[in-house]
Design a protein around this ligand. Structure first.
Ligand code: SF4
Ligand code: SF4
Length: 335
């Protein structure tokens, strides 16, 4: 049987860095748009970056609810729904790869883990009796959000929420939360950062409901890491390197929702061919460039292609005009 196989992951860091820089640029543009609203158009930029809607996932979830329930595609934050759907597709096709290839928080978590490794000279692991219940927290949070939106909210209520002034200004409110962060908010972020330094992938592994959703889609994915028992020496380098704490060295295939297709296990494996990433039924490319970088191109390419299709279909730019935004901003305290 033919398989699509890859061993190269060096480019992943650059891809992650690209999405972090893109996110910072979006944040900068959105701050300038905020200054525009705040100054009644006298300073800042009138251009609002649609990509900021990636950071209001709950609004995107309600937008998805309204679309599935009524056929009405969110025109207030269409980019948010588009980016959520693109993350779904990439995570399904390439096993939760959104988390380790595209999400800017994924790279932040990896960097904080590196700081912890430099400080403590070893990876600190949660004891198993605590790790298992803590891992379920992100699924509980996911169940709460999905249940609130899909079970407790009617399709018409979802459409009303999408068109509400509160939703129109939800990204602005999020920005104001960070610009005027309270002591409680600051302490929560400080706690998360410290815990992510001490415990590898603390936020992603235990608390992120978005990652939990991507993990469930990844669990359904045909893509997987497989181990060739004949070539494996049992050295355990893959187990030690795996950020998902998976026991790669004793598994035939990795089917866990915790696997984010980061490919670190393959990179660290000293025995060529012992581990491979493959999608059953997809033939191995013969072109040397595709052989080396095909997976990178496919993961990012699918994500960007879906965004381009959504843009062409008119599901990217908000229908809210700058005049509406300025009027809503002047009444922001009422929402
Ligand atoms: S098994 Fe672990 S190291 Fe290998 S791709 Fe999955 S998460 Fe990464
Ligand atoms: S690193 Fe490679 S050789 Fe070592 S246990 Fe894992 S799969 Fe086997």
């Amino acid at each position: 049987m033919k398989f699509l196989e890859y061993r190269n992951i060096g480019l992943r860091k650059y891809i992650q860095a690209f999405f972090v820089l893109l996110s910072l640029n979006i944040g900068w543009q959105f701050l300038s748009f905020y200054r525009f609203l705040e100054s009644s158009g006298f300073s800042g930029s009138p251009v609002r970056p649609p990509g900021v809607e990636a950071f209001i996932p709950l609004s995107a979830l309600v937008g998805l609810r309204s679309w599935l329930g009524t056929g009405f595609f969110d025109t207030i934050h269409p980019a948010g729904v588009t980016l959520l759907l693109a993350a779904f597709v990439v995570s399904f096709l390439f096993r939760k790869s959104f988390c380790s290839w595209i999400c800017p928080f994924g790279l932040l978590e990896e960097m904080l883990s590196q700081v912890g490794f430099k400080l403590f000279r070893e990876k600190i692991r949660m004891p198993r009796w605590l790790d298992i219940p803590l891992r379920s927290v992100k699924y509980v949070l996911l169940a709460f959000f999905v249940g609130s939106v899909f079970l407790m909210m009617s399709p018409d209520a979802a459409v009303s929420f999408v068109n509400s002034p509160y939703n129109k200004m939800s990204d602005i409110k999020m920005l104001e939360f960070f610009l005027n962060i309270s002591m409680t908010g600051f302490l929560v972020f400080a706690f998360l950062i410290i815990m992510s330094v001490i415990i590898e992938n603390f936020w992603c592994r235990y608390l992120c409901p978005y990652g939990a959703l991507m993990g469930i889609l990844g669990w359904l994915s045909p893509a997987r890491i497989s181990r060739n028992e004949a070539l494996c020496t049992g050295c355990g380098a893959c187990d030690r390197a795996c950020p998902g704490k998976l026991t790669v060295s004793s598994s035939k295939s990795i089917l866990s929702p915790e696997c984010s297709s980061c490919l670190t296990c393959i990179e660290k494996c000293p025995s060529a061919g012992a581990l491979r990433y493959h999608i059953p039924g997809i033939p191995k490319p013969q072109n040397p460039v595709l052989k080396k970088y095909g997976l990178h191109i496919a993961m990012v390419g699918v994500y960007i292609l879906l965004i381009m299709i959504a843009k062409a279909a008119g599901h990217w730019e908000t229908s809210v005009t700058n005049e509406d935004f300025r009027m809503l901003y002047s009444m922001l305290d009422l929402y």
